[in-house]
Design a protein around this ligand. Sequence first.
Ligand SMILES: [Zn+2]
Length: 413
Amino acid sequence: MPLGIRIGRVIQVAAIVVLTIGMALATGAAVRAEGPALSDARIGLHDGQTRFVLEFTQSVPYKIFTLAEPDRIVIDLPSVDWRGPKSGQAGGRGLISGYRHGLFKPGITRVVIDLAAPASVAKHFVLGAGGGAGPRVVVDLAPAARTIQSAEPEESASWAAYAAELSRTSPTETAAAPPTDSSKRIIVIDPGHGGVDPGAIGASGIYEKKVVLSFAQTLKRVLESTGRYDVVMTRDRDIFIPLRDRYQVAHSVNAGLFLSIHADSHNSSNLRGLSVYTLSDKASDREAEDLAKKENLSDVLAGTDLTGYEADVTSILISLAQQSVKQSSALFAETLVDEMKNSVQLLRNPHRFAGFAVLKSPNVPSVLIELGYLSNRSDEANLLSDAQREKMATSMVRAIDLYFDRKETLERS
Ligand SMILES: [Zn+2]
C-alpha cells in the first residue's frame, strides 16, 4: 500500500477511535435507525449447489466477493439488526462449513462464509418479498476445482449509492490528536477481536470479544482515576479493527505502553490462569507459537484481503532499533506477572513470547495479556465478576506504576 494511503488509513482509523467515537456512533445509529433488520439466515442444498439465503425486513443493497486460502465468501451489507442465528451457532451444510457476522466498520455489517470445499459463486440475486418471506439476498455456490479470489467485488444496483452516502456521513477527515495533557502518560488499551471476529467462545457461550471489552473498560476507568494516565482504546464497541491498525493507534498517539487484552480457550477445561506475551521472532514454546498463530488469524476471520501485506504481518524481524522497545516490553511483562500473582492464578511460565502481529509496534512497548481461559469455569466466572475485574485492573495499574518507576530509574543510571 502506498505510504500516503497508509497514513490516510491510520488517520482515518485513529480519528474514528480517538476523537470522534461519538460522531461514529451517531452515524451508525442514524443508519441503523432507518435501516433494516436481518430476520433469518439459512442454508439449502439444490442440485449439487449450496444456497445461502439472507432474509430481511426490507430490501438491502449488498456487495459480494470471494477470498482464497483460506477459502471464504464475504457479503457486506448496511449495518443491520441481526435477528438470525448467532455467530457461534451458525453451522454449515454442503459447501459451507460455517459463517460469522458482525460490524466490520461503521455502517457495514459483514458476513463471512467459510467454505468446506473449493467453490465459486454461480449466481447471486435479490428476491422480493412474497409467500410470507421478506426480501432476500440469495447466493448459489457451485463446487469448483479451486476457489478463485475475486478481482473486484460484485455489487447490487443500489450498493454504490449506499457506499457514497456512508462515506459522506462517516467521519474520515478529522486528524487524530493525542490527548493534550502532556503531564500524563498515554496508555493504549486494545480489546482483542470484535465485530465479525468473536475470538474464543466461553464455556457458557460468551464471546471473548465481549469479555475483553468489559475488562478494558474497567482498566481504563481505574487507570484514569489515578490522574496519572490518559487512556486511548482501539475500540470501545463491538466492531472489527485490523491488527495493523491497532498498533498504529499506539504510534499515532505516542503511547507509553500498548496493552492488547485477550482471553483464551483450550480443549482441556482444567487449564486456567493469566499469561503475558511479548514479541519475538522465535517462540518461547510450542503453546505460545500456536497461540500467536491463532491470534494472528483475526484479519483472516474477518474476511480481510491480506494480499500484499501478509508477508509483513507474518514475518517478524526485530531490528536493532527495536531492541530497546523489546527490553521495555519484557520489563513490563515481568513486572506485570509479579504483581498479578497477588490477584489471580497464573499459568505456569506466565511470561512467554512469540510472533504476535499486534505487538509489532517498532516504538511502543507492547504486551498481549491473556486474562485467563474462558473454557475454564473458574476463570470464566472471575472474568464475568465486576469485583474480580476491579481487583485485576487494580493490580495491573500497580504494575504499570511500578514499570514506569523502574524504567525511569534504569534510564537515569
Ligand atoms: Zn484473543
